[in-house]
Design a protein around this ligand. Structure first.
Ligand SMILES: [Zn+2]
Length: 129
């Protein structure tokens, strides 16, 4: 994993500041009403956290490299926006999924990284170590 320094010159994408904050407030409201089983595919809006502006900014701060294997993203895939702290559920070893995940960080700029599809979908998954 490469060290990633969030440059002050790269602003937090507007989509995260506006739609991301609204979506986070909606998730928190659902949690407060008792929701504990957020679904990765349906309860989180990839048009916000994986918006082209977010990917573009992440490419900039990561030097166009996957955060894990350091491959040039454009050489291997379009890139997945990866949640360092998993949004719907997490594991540290081989235990059952722990729920909920870090849903309140789903649209948080500091929780988002760009990885190649192979690293994110085959290796990282819901691991948080
Ligand atoms: Zn990778």
């Amino acid at each position: 994993m490469i060290q990633i320094v969030r440059k002050a010159s790269v602003a937090v994408p507007i989509v995260l500041q506006k739609k991301g904050q609204e979506a986070t407030a909606a998730l928190i409201a659902r949690y407060e009403e008792g929701e504990r089983n957020f679904k990765s595919k349906t309860d989180f809006d990839s048009t916000i956290y994986a918006h082209d502006d977010v990917k573009s900014s992440l490419l900039d701060v990561q030097g166009h490299k996957c955060c894990f294997c350091e491959s040039k993203i454009s050489h291997t895939s379009y890139g997945d926006v990866e949640h360092y702290r998993p949004k719907s559920a997490w594991v540290q070893h081989e235990e059952a999924l722990n729920k909920p995940g870090y849903f309140w960080l789903s649209y948080d700029w500091n929780n988002l990284l760009l990885s190649c599809e192979l690293c994110n979908q085959r290796y990282k998954k819901n691991y948080l170590k």
